[in-house]
Design a protein around this ligand. Sequence first.
Ligand code: CUA
Length: 189
Amino acid sequence: MSTDSNHSSGGHAVALRAERRWAIFAGALILLMLAVIVYSGLHWAMMPPSRVETIDPSRLQLSGEFVEDNLGTAVEPDGSVVVRFVAQQYSFTPQCLLVPADTPVTIRTTSADVVHGLLVTDTNINTMVVPGYVATLNTRFDKPVDHTMPCHEFCGFGHQAMWAHVKVIDKAAFFEQARQSRRLSCVSR
Ligand code: CUA
């Protein structure tokens, strides 16, 4: 805004109009971004991580959800499919995850040591795995194919060798195997 009294009042009015236009533009942008947050929150259930789940990384192997014999894929009492695994320098346990095709799958993972990352090739599955926190992802695999799951966060000298497999199998075959075994994986099979 001009404070120089020598400027014409016309120039002042132009500046005022331009200022108002930009104020409206900025205000509209803020409203648009708020609308996107509300829309994605309500319709896609995408929330900022407010209730972050924490876990003691030094006690993973001793008790709780991530003890070794609880890792792998389980059909929970409510019928949902949950895959649990642990990331550590320089592997995932189990090294091969077995999941059913065309079924909602929940992935739960955490780190036993440093920050790792994971992605499943040809899917949009991608997360950081941070010690002290449980990463949860809800997903669905369309077809029975094999994916690789590399660590994508530099985690030390063995980083480039840290990866696992995700084996997607036919839904009926999966639930048949799940009747035989409480925890499924495709390690050494
Ligand atoms: Cu784990 Cu890189």
